[in-house]
Design a protein around this ligand. Structure first.
Ligand code: LLP
Length: 436
């Protein structure tokens, strides 16, 4: 079974890193750095691995959202998870079929919900009672119904970073299952004429390497499916187990093939369905990181180098926390290679830092790399997920461009921001204008 690791890197006869058949040095020359590079074949392969493992796969677009990425996952037959008006707008602008969109979010506004209903979004994943109230008003006012899911917190602890675990009881997301809040929500839906309850959703966390929490979540949702039928007569047709499947960033990370999760979950669902005499619901998952993370590489140019004898060698690159906040925010770890001399063996331990005015602006602590000098091209691997999507203009750094590479061809899918872009939203009040 194929796994979700970073592919072994490819190198050409010049000793340059190859990405989707493109020479990384040429890419940097043509598009500049920092540069996000997305390998199309890897995205498609990951989509297919999930589709072989689960009956329904919904790409969590928060991991990486651009119009071109929407098109790729659409072509691969996936559905799409969006969590804001902005993500929804991007999907619609890319022509993604609205009936294949799941709209998530713990605080959707009335306007966002109206946009979704108007566009004919297929599934709204309702998070709380306030949202039910908003939907009751909107569906009545617009004379339109909506298919909905209820997001529930199953009370399962995933072993991952505190900020990215979500399935535990003490969470801002969803209706709490233990204690009856979720059942109360099911009953509330039954009283709203415009809403059709189709299924349940839960998400336990992100960058999770164990199968067990998913199997447990499936079991908890199946128990609740039975409770729902007992109490309301309603037989729900889909359970969505969310995303969170861990990927390989650094040695020690041990991702599992999607099929392993699929088999374990499907076994629990089958068993519980028989036990309760329920039809087997369709099992859906929402991978984000595991679709795009391993497919992405960020290219940076080395600039200043600071040696503190006996302490550390800091190698600064032309990006950093503005294009990848993950190391600063979650102590996330990455691997890097010297893209213009991949075959040179490791010669020194250096720390790769960014160019932001902040000590925490580090990309990698203690990377073993060949001796680096200004102008070298460093490739940080597996950056496809939550890099661009969490990028900022901190220190007014323009956000990098993104290219999609395939079979030696590179297409720009995000234009590099310019200094003009940076000031384009600023407004100078008349009374502050020079000379006024
Ligand atoms: N479904 C729901 C409801 C989610 O909240 C998430 C992630 C996903 C699916 C996709 O999870 P994935 O397969 O990508 O792990 N910014 C953090 C990750 C936050 C994830 C939030 N929700 C990071 O950079 O690690």
């Amino acid at each position: 079974m194929a796994s979700l690791g970073c592919e072994d890197i490819q190198v050409n006869e010049k000793g340059h890193l190859l990405l989707g058949g493109c020479d990384a040095v040429d890419l940097a020359g043509e598009f500049g750095t920092p540069l996000y590079v997305i390998d199309e074949a890897a995205v498609r392969r990951n989509c297919r691995l999930f589709r072989q493992a689960f009956p329904r796969v919904i790409y969590a677009s928060k991991a990486l959202m651009t119009m071109a990425i929407c098109r790729l996952v659409e072509e691969e037959g996936l559905c799409l998870d969006v969590v804001s008006g902005g993500e929804l707008y991007t999907a619609l602008a890319a022509g993604f079929p609205p009936e294949r969109i799941y709209f998530h979010g713990n605080n959707k506004s009335r306007d966002e919900l109206a946009l979704a209903l108007e566009a004919g979004v297929g599934q709204i994943v309702v998070d709380n009672f306030w949202e039910l109230e908003l939907l009751a008003g909107l569906t009545e006012g617009m004379g339109r119904g909506a298919d909905i899911f209820l997001r529930v917190t199953p009370g399962i602890e995933a072993h991952t970073h505190e900020y990215i675990k979500t399935g535990q009881i003490d969470s801002k997301f969803g209706f709490t299952l233990p204690g009856g809040q979720a059942l109360q929500a099911v009953k509330a839906v039954a009283d709203i004429p415009g809403l059709r309850l189709r299924g349940l959703h839960s998400h336990i966390g992100s960058q999770v390497f164990q199968v067990q929490p998913y199997a447990e979540a499936a079991g908890v949702l199946m128990d609740f499916l039975d409770e729902v039928r007992e109490n309301t007569g309603l037989v729900l047709e889909e359970i969505n187990l969310g995303g969170g499947f861990g990927i390989y960033y650094v040695p020690g990370d041990a991702p599992l093939p999607p099929a392993v999760y699929g088999q374990a979950v499907q076994a629990v669902v089958g068993e519980k369905a028989r036990e309760y005499g329920l039809p087997e619901p369709r099992v859906a998952v929402e991978p984000g990181r595991s679709i795009v993370g391993p497919a992405g590489t960020t290219l940076y140019t080395v600039g200043s180098i600071k040696e503190i004898t006996g302490v550390r060698r800091y190698v600064a690159v032309d990006g950093g926390m503005a294009d990848n906040i993950r190391p600063a925010l979650y102590q996330a770890r990455y691997r890097a290679v010297l893209a213009n001399r991949v075959y040179d063996g490791p010669q020194e331990v250096v720390s790769i830092t960014g160019k932001c005015c902040e000590s925490g602006d580090m990309l990698i602590w203690d990377a073993e790399l060949p001796a680096l000098k200004p102008g070298d091209l460093v490739a940080v691997l597996c950056t496809g997920a939550y890099g661009y999507s969490m990028a900022s203009n901190y220190n007014r750094l323009p956000r990098p461009a993104m290219v999609l590479v395939r079979d030696g061809q590179a297409d720009r899918i995000v234009r590099r921001e310019t200094y003009q872009d940076l000031v384009s939203h600023d407004v100078m009040p008349a009374r502050l204008r020079t000379g006024s």
